[in-house]
Design a binder for this molecule. Structure first.
Ligand code: 6PG
Ligand code: NI
Length: 187
């Protein structure tokens, strides 16, 4: 038996995992995701980085684990806070754990039938993402929102249905408050 080697890594104060694979999502990578299309086109002139992911991934084998940090930047498109694309796992029954490290935000979760839950997150919050729930994080603060995710190596990502239908709720700022409102485009 050839054993894989254990290791430890230290996540730095900016959420970077040294040696990890880096992924950058700019606003231009998220066309169609935000409700306010006019505000989207306007902000696209700057094309800000919305989030970065540092992932340490194994072969997609049953029983193994991946982990990744996400640095979700503060910002809004219209009144809608910056968020991650959101996905179901390709193997939809694979669960996940999130652990908030810095900043302020929350997670939107949704079943395939469109039932939604919102879980607020601050440093120290652990979120359990059950099997079959799509998940999207939202930065509701004014500094980077940084968290660690731990997920089965064979979970995979299924972005299609969220890209098409979105979430049934939008997370917006109204009168200086964070609010969840119905997504008018959701059907
Ligand atoms: C995962 C995690 C997490 C997520 C990032 C970016 O399954 O890998 O949920 O690492 O991928 O926070 O979010 P999106 O994958 O939705 O763009
Ligand atoms: Ni996931």
């Amino acid at each position: 038996m050839e054993y894989k080697r254990p290791f430890g890594v230290r996540i730095d104060e900016n959420g970077v995992i040294p040696g990890a694979k880096k992924l950058v999502r700019r606003l231009s990578d998220m066309r169609g995701y935000f409700y306010d299309e006019k505000a989207y086109e306007e902000l696209l002139k700057e094309d800000p980085v919305v989030y970065e992911v540092y992932a340490v991934e194994q072969e997609e084998k049953d029983g193994d684990l991946n982990f990744a940090t996400t640095i979700l930047y503060p910002g809004k498109v219209g009144k809608e806070f910056f968020f991650t694309k959101g996905h179901f796992h390709a193997k939809a029954d694979r669960a996940e754990i999130y652990y908030a490290l810095k900043g302020k935000g929350g997670m939107l979760l949704q079943t395939p039938e469109g039932e939604v839950e919102w879980v607020p997150m601050e440093p120290g919050t652990v979120v359990y993402v059950p099997p079959y729930w799509a998940h999207r994080t939202v930065n509701t603060g004014d500094e980077p929102f940084i968290f660690l995710a731990i997920y089965p190596a064979d979970a995979g990502h299924d972005y299609g249905s969220i890209k098409e239908k979105g979430f049934a709720k939008l997370v917006v700022e109204e009168n200086g408050e964070v609010k969840l409102i119905d997504n008018p485009r959701w059907k």
